[in-house]
Design a protein around this ligand. Sequence first.
Ligand code: NAP
Length: 260
Amino acid sequence: MENDLKAFSLDFFSLKDKVAIVTGGNAGLGQGYAVALAKAGADLFIVARSENWVETKALIEETGQRVTFFKADLTNREAHKEIVEQCLKVYGKIDILVNNAGIIRRAPLLEYKEEDWDAVMETNITSLYLLSQEAAKVMAEQRSGKIINIASMLSFQGGKFVPPYTASKHAVAGLTKAFANELAEYNIQINAIAPGYVATANTAPIRDDEKRNTEILSRIPAGRWANPSDLMGAVVFLASKASDYMNGHILALDGGWLAR
Ligand code: NAP
């Protein structure tokens, strides 16, 4: 026991020599996760559809870590294998996968279009499943790995006007547990971060709606929207040795929203 206590070190939080894939790592929350992982010592492989990489590149290079950008649409079923192959080609391994890319489309339930249902489900859950499966094959051979899924308050609640978003984020929570159960024996941990309301492009329409914005703020005990930096510590923890005994957990970072 004494040796166990002495073995603990703040180095357990370090990501030195680790390689991380972050989907949607060029904007919003994903950019925050990517910069946090780089600050903790990881090299980054960032996947997105657009080539809007200048700011993220500068932020990561400032940390002294390597960064590679890979343009891919995660709704393309050919993309997932290619992402893993390209990351291996550049860095030779994959220690961390952050499944951050996600979309939201809003419309009343009775008018909700099938094409919007399909687009949200394909991006938020099917692509997360397929990329995790490909990355997990590599991690299983390595006998180590961390997969961090991005869930939501709508992994717990129903919400309004976003039926496939709610369905997909409940599925993210379920899949996090399913992967955790099957992959623990390979020393792979799969956990999820469930952000509360964060000020990003994704949430601009509801922040611009004064009535919704006031309603939301009045329900958050912290009394403010989160910023991407509010989530940076959690992603480092979940990517690091410090969380090795945590598996299948959905970690809410919500300013107290769920506690209400
Ligand atoms: P965002 O600002 O809209 O960024 C989304 C990112 O995903 C972008 O980098 C986008 O890059 C990428 N992306 C979307 N579809 C893609 C595709 N088919 N292939 C590749 N990349 C794709 O969103 P955000 O607010 O940062 O949200 C990030 C994640 O957090 C999402 O999963 C979201 O559901 C979740 N979340 C957000 C909040 C919030 O309050 N903001 C709360 C809870 C959960 P390109 O456009 O360049 O492809």
